[in-house]
Design a protein around this ligand. Structure first.
Ligand SMILES: NC(=O)c1ccc[n+]([C@@H]2O[C@H](COP(=O)([O-])OP(=O)(O)OC[C@H]3O[C@@H](n4cnc5c(N)ncnc54)[C@H](O)[C@@H]3O)[C@@H](O)[C@H]2O)c1
Length: 324
């Protein structure tokens, strides 16, 4: 029987790369036993090293009394990882044939009422759920990296997902400290990635056309819109941009400029030259610092920002259900 979303003790993780490993840390912090399957070379050691590396961050967020690295169990097969799981998070590479095969294997091996969630960044559940016995318990649950810190999870149902399963997944993520966004419509790219992709396209065009460097673009966002977006959403920010007249004033003032050809909108050709310009620029920008060091700095700053949001009423802007 499906447990109450607040009482899950056993989680199965399929694939433990950047995202699956981050989920494993998140569920372990929440006191659960996490069984992980990943056929990658050295995957177990990589995950154990990562867990010890971020343990101090998990402590700072707050450990459940049962939280322990000993609750991480690596399995030799996918079936062992999910056979007695009360919840499964799928995190295989973003390739549709892999997602389809993985969902079929999990569906066959997990208990019939266990919810199975996919971390996919863009596939729809209706594309990944092919010939499943129980498609009604499958949903997309798209996290942000690193999932043990980033609150948002986009929980996107397919037309086959039951409302009960969809709501259960939302309640489960919320019970474990996240901000689930429940989406009933299967929109490609969901909400956040559609916005990020539009920004990414413009960034690539600006670099391709030598309009701005990697350094200039990062600085512009970091000290400009990024700061405000971190505190409110883009729409609340624009609402304030309209002064006393709010969004109504802003729409009328800036509406006509929407027709000005500021942006490209179409994706640029991702040539080797463009790719190298972006890659070299990022190396320059970060002074070639090791990724592990940059991740540790990012985690520290993110946690400070989240603590600040937690302590503020602004956290509730637009989301009356938000945790406090
Ligand atoms: N990286 C991000 O920022 C991010 C954010 C949100 C969602 N996602 C999504 O999460 C998923 C995983 O992405 P990632 O960045 O962690 O990838 P990754 O390359 O870091 O990890 C993929 C892992 O899958 C394992 N794997 C490969 N084939 C497998 C199989 N058949 N069965 C089980 N494990 C297998 C690999 O060994 C590897 O450890 C993708 O769907 C991606 O779109 C990624």
């Amino acid at each position: 029987m499906r447990p109450n979303p607040t009482e899950v003790k056993r989680v199965g993780i399929v694939a433990s790369g950047t995202i699956g490993g981050g989920w494993a840390a998140h569920f372990i912090r929440n006191g659960m036993t996490v069984k992980v399957y990943d056929p990658g070379e050295g995957a177990e050691q990589i995950l154990r090293d990562r867990l010890s590396q971020v343990w101090h961050i998990l402590e700072r967020i707050g450990l459940h009394p049962d939280a322990s690295p000993d609750n991480l169990i690596f399995t030799d097969t996918l079936e062992e990882a999910v056979a007695d799981a009360q919840f499964v998070q799928e995190n295989t590479p973003e390739r549709l044939p892999i997602k389809i095969a993985t969902f079929q294997a999990i569906d066959a091996a997990a208990p019939a009422d266990t919810i199975i969630a996919s971390s996919t960044s863009g596939y729809l559940m209706s594309e990944m759920a092919v010939d499943l016995k129980h498609p009604e318990r499958c949903t997309v649950a798209h996290p942000f990296n690193p999932p043990y810190l980033m609150p948002l999870v986009e929980v996107v149902a397919s037309p086959d997902t039951s409302e009960e399963a969809h709501q259960w997944a939302v309640d489960f993520y919320r019970a474990n400290g996240q901000q689930p966004l429940k989406l009933n419509k299967e929109v490609p790219g969901f909400v956040a990635d559609r916005i990020m992709e539009a920004v990414w396209r413009e960034i690539l065009h600006m670099i391709d056309n030598d309009m701005a460097t990697v350094e200039e673009i990062d600085m512009a966002v970091r000290y400009g819109p990024g700061l405000r977006w971190a505190l409110m959403g883009p729409l609340s920010v624009l609402h304030l941009g309209g002064g006393e007249g709010g969004m109504a004033h802003l729409i009328h003032q800036f509406g006509p400029s929407l027709k000005a050809p500021w942006t490209f909108l179409e994706a640029p050709e991702l040539t080797d030259e463009l790719a190298n310009k972006v890659i070299d620029g990022c190396d320059r920008l970060t002074d070639g610092a090791p990724i592990k060091k940059l991740e540790a700095e990012r985690d520290d700053l993110l946690l400070k920002l989240i603590d600040m949001l937690d302590a503020s009423d602004l956290w509730h802007v637009g989301n009356p259900d938000a945790k406090k």
